[in-house]
Design a protein around this ligand. Structure first.
Ligand code: 0X9
Ligand code: ZN
Length: 491
């Protein structure tokens, strides 16, 4: 059964979890959350007095209908309309080769790693810039069931390649390297096509580890479970999983990852660090600026409302990929929770109608262009790029050697107990940006941890911050957003 349950606060959410339902969406409370429940847990929920709305008692029927539609769709190799429908692992993987073949001058296929079950995790590097250009790293499908993230990841890569000669994109590619990994969790993704549409984790021992709890910043902290059956099971150690280790090593292979975007669904949110603590991060002002602007661009494209908040305000989550990218690499680590914002009868959350793929892709692309433009200016070595603005704290992340921008070590438990602490194996281990602060950051900002949804406040930026205030129109991003609005793809 798929239903919505009204919750007032985090206590209600944990009560619901204890009653055995699975909470599906990422929505800031209070309000209705979407849940999957078996008959037993459903009677417990009803008996507890929650306000409920049943979406469907026959989820299987709805999924079967979707399945039928998927089975009869034109396969990727006989249609030009790749983004008219969802694509399976082989189709998405094959599209990487198609894009590389289309523009060998710009595109390189990256062998990122191999999943537990032996599938290739691959990505694309798309750039016309030098080897040391700042990187915008975009990944999707850490969570297997979030198919719209998969399609958006591959579609953003497609947009960058097929529009590479348009002046705005050409400018970006001249100074930024975009790296896109559309399927970080291939085993889980394949399993959602073959067996269980709502599978989330990887396939470790048939039970699974939540890859987005398996990174080393604050590994094992709040919002990550030690129970293998839990949806947010953190695994036996940070980077115990080949899939998260592969993403780590890819990121470490670049000199300067300026921005990291982790695509998820659903909830229509842009989440920024930290996810594991309400302590304000050192670059709170820049993070808020980028998150707010990205949400605004996502919203303006089609009028679909996205909200920008610190991840922890939604609920705490420890060991996430963007917290790691921020804490260890100094990258602006954002999570995009894509459409929809809630479960309805014909929008079953993760099961989005395929006609939405193109719009979600284009609204996301507007935000990626904006973040790319930001990264282009974020040359390492700018003032402020000189270490730890928190006052000398060091992290004890993946390799125990880098000093990140924050101080996650203070709340970190049992990171990297030696199992996979091999950051040096990442493509030469050439990352030198572990100590870098996001270059446009000018200081430690306070006051960004609570009550700043809506993006109205300007007080989150620390004194001396050179970045614009949120009520001052940013140069460039409005028209970048407008591009996303006006563009219609023709493929
Ligand atoms: O829980 C997650 O890993 C992400 N949400 S999802 O519904 N796609 O699983 C969000 C992670 C970061 N956000 C929070 N701190 N809540
Ligand atoms: Zn997710």
């Amino acid at each position: 059964m798929l239903a919505r349950v009204e919750v007032a606060d985090a206590t209600d959410l944990s009560t619901l979890r204890e009653l055995g339902v699975e909470i599906l969406d990422d929505r800031p409370g209070p309000g209705f959350v979407a849940v999957l429940a078996d008959p037993q847990s459903w009677s417990a929920v009803s008996a507890t007095g929650f306000r409920v709305q049943v979406v469907t008692t026959n989820l299987q029927e709805a999924l079967d209908e979707h399945r039928l539609q998927l089975d009869t769709r034109p396969p990727a190799d006989v249609t030009d309309a790749f983004f008219d429908d969802f694509r399976d692992y082989d189709e998405v993987d094959g599209h990487l080769d198609t894009l590389a073949a289309a523009r060998p001058d710009l595109v390189t296929v990256l062998d990122v790693g191999t999943s537990l079950e032996g599938r290739a995790i691959r990505g694309l590097s798309i750039t016309a810039a030098d080897a040391d250009a700042p990187v915008v790293l975009i990944n999707a499908t850490q969570h297997a069931r979030e198919w719209i993230s998969t399609m958006t990841g591959i579609c953003v890569a497609d947009e960058l390649v097929t529009r590479a000669d348009e002046p705005t994109i050409a400018d970006l590619l001249a100074s930024v390297r975009f790296v896109v990994v559309p399927i970080v969790n291939p085993d889980g993704y394949v399993y959602t096509w073959s067996d269980d549409r709502f599978w989330r984790k990887n396939r470790r021992d048939g039970i699974g580890v939540d890859l987005n709890r398996n990174f080393s910043v604050a590994w094992g902290g709040p919002g990550a479970s030690g129970d293998p059956d839990a949806g947010n099971y953190h695994g036996t150690a940070a980077f115990s999983e080949p899939e998260s280790a592969a993403l780590r090593d890819l990121a470490l292979s670049f000199e300067h990852v300026a921005v990291h975007v982790d695509l998820h669904s659903f909830g229509q949110l842009v989440l920024r660090p930290w996810s594991y603590t309400a302590e304000p991060p050192p670059a709170a002002g820049d993070l808020k600026l980028l998150g707010d602007d990205a949400a605004e661009i996502l919203t303006q494209a089609y009028g679909v409302q996205y909200q920008s908040i610190p991840g922890v305000e939604l609920y705490p989550a420890s060991g996430t990929a963007p917290d790691w990218a921020y804490g260890e690499l100094g990258a602006m680590g954002l999570t995009f929770e894509l459409r929809p914002d809630e479960v309805e009868m014909f929008e079953l959350g993760f099961v989005l109608h395929p006609s939405q793929i193109e719009e979600v892709c284009l609204e996301t692309m507007g935000a990626i262009e904006y973040l790319g433009a930001w990264a282009a200016d974020a040359a390492p070595g700018d003032p402020g790029d000189s270490g730890d603005p928190t006052g000398g704290s060091t992290t004890t992340g993946g390799d125990g050697s880098s000093t990140g921008v924050g101080d996650p070590s203070s709340t970190t438990t049992g990171q990297d107990s030696g199992t996979t602490a091999d950051a040096g194996t990442g493509d030469g281990g050439s990352n030198t940006s572990g100590s870098s602060v996001p270059p446009q950051t000018t200081g430690n900002s306070a006051g960004d941890s609570t009550g700043d949804e809506g993006g109205e406040q300007t007080d989150a930026q620390g004194e001396g911050c050179s970045c614009r205030t949120t009520d001052e129109p940013p140069p460039g991003w409005l028209w970048l957003g407008a591009f996303a609005l006006l563009r219609r793809r023709n493929r």
